[in-house]
Write a protein that binds this ligand. Structure first.
Ligand code: AMP
Length: 377
């Protein structure tokens, strides 16, 4: 067990790193952040901000020397950097688990191996694979880059082989998956924590709605049957166990109209759809990340109140949102990430709407969202 007073490191200084830093500091740890951006949201709160590239051997060595344990806030950390760190301190999740999450092919293949259903998919390594892939999947389909896709980026909907060829060229001819396009009834996520003793704590399922490929709101608890919720939890746990995953992870599922639960992707870290835990659960996902990393007993993930989380993107920063109006609403908890520059699509913050019933929480969320102009952009 790594106890308070020790030093924890996080690779990446964005909002997830910032909220990890806050949780760790509240619990009495020191925190080292590695992020090249001098204005990184986590860097400004950390005890030490190493402003260097993620491959910088000198910075990694320093981090390894300073820290008792290191985790990450993003999946695309170079494997060699984690391997280097792992020689000096405890690192979780493992480079192997991150490698799975970095590649949609590995991710979907492992998910199937560990008992999840997925959309039909075909691997595309080169232009020669386009026609056979199209024959297998057919319209409607989605072409997704295997690596580095996020928030709906790196993907295109295609309705014919010609469109597939054009989209593949547009995406740069990199390795891709062609995926069958499913009729989704809902999208949900399971955020869980697993420690080295194979203890797993599940946060309640979040029901996620997206706008332009980016998470817009999470409704908790998700409006699905108990059996769907428990099947989704079981599948997510199968994956965590199968990967021998240590830390917090999020698993996104599609729910189809016939009740089928389909794995979409995993995030090897806390997730935007788990931000509701900050105000609505007995333990939040970042404290849980600290606990799992440090080998502490996992905290109680119980939901204390129905909640709806609303994302705040840079799109509504011109002029600045009317915080006073928002904060006047009872039950609203505002979280801003300290980012100086607002850009369209950039995650600037979020707020949680708590109320006695889910309907009431949803009403606060939708009314306040409309008042802020979200949805008009
Ligand atoms: P992803 O980057 O894989 O999370 O995809 C972004 C969003 O695209 C998802 O949240 C879904 O709304 C949608 N999507 C992704 N894959 C599929 C699919 N196979 N069928 C239907 N919609 C999808």
């Amino acid at each position: 067990m790594i106890l308070p007073g020790a030093t924890l490191g996080v690779l990446g200084g964005g909002q997830l790193g910032r909220m990890f830093t806050l949780a760790a500091k509240v619990m009495g740890y020191r925190v080292v952040v590695l992020d090249p951006d001098p204005a990184s949201p986590a860097g400004e709160l950390a005890d030490i901000h190493l402003k260097a590239d993620y491959r910088d051997a000198v910075a990694l060595l320093r981090m390894g020397d300073l820290c008792d344990a290191v985790t990450t806030e993003f999946e695309n950390v170079p494997a060699a950097s984690l391997d280097m760190l792992a020689k000096h301190c405890f690192v979780a999740p493992t480079p192997a688990a991150l490698a799975v999450a970095q590649d949609r092919l590995a991710e979907k293949s492992r998910a199937r191996e560990f008992g999840c259903d997925t959309a039909p998919f075909a691997n595309i390594e080169s232009a020669d694979d386009l026609a056979p892939a199209w024959e297998r999947i057919a319209a409607p389909a989605l072409l997704k880059t295997r690596r580095l896709g996020y928030d709906g980026k790196g993907q295109a909907r295609v309705g014919s082989l010609d469109e597939l060829r054009a989209a593949y060229a547009e995406l740069g001819g990199v390795p891709c998956l062609l995926e069958g396009f499913l009729a989704l009834e809902r999208e949900v996520s399971v955020v869980l924590a697993r420690n080295q003793d194979d203890e797993i704590a599940f946060f309640p399922l979040a029901e996620n709605q997206h706008r332009q490929g980016i998470l817009d709101i999470s409704i908790v608890p998700a409006r699905v049957s108990d059996s769907i919720a428990s099947d989704a939890r079981r599948m997510a746990a199968g994956l965590a166990h199968g990967l021998d995953y240590v830390g917090v992870m999020a698993v996104e599922f599609f729910i189809l109209s016939d009740g089928r639960i389909v794995f979409n992707e995993m995030a090897p870290r806390p997730h935007n759809s788990g931000h509701f835990t900050l105000d609505a659960c007995a333990t939040d996902q970042f404290q849980q990340q600290v606990r799992a990393l440090c080998g502490l007993p996992l905290g109680d993930p119980r939901l204390l109140s129905p909640v709806v989380m609303v994302n705040l993107l840079g799109d509504v920063w011109q002029p600045l949102p009317d915080w006073e109006k928002l904060l006047r609403r009872p039950g609203v908890q505002l979280h801003l990430y300290g980012k100086a520059e607002a850009r369209a699509g950039r995650k600037m913050g979020h707020y949680n709407c708590l109320a006695e019933t889910l309907d009431a929480a949803l009403r606060i969320a939708l009314d306040s969202r409309a008042e802020l102009g979200i949805g008009n952009t």
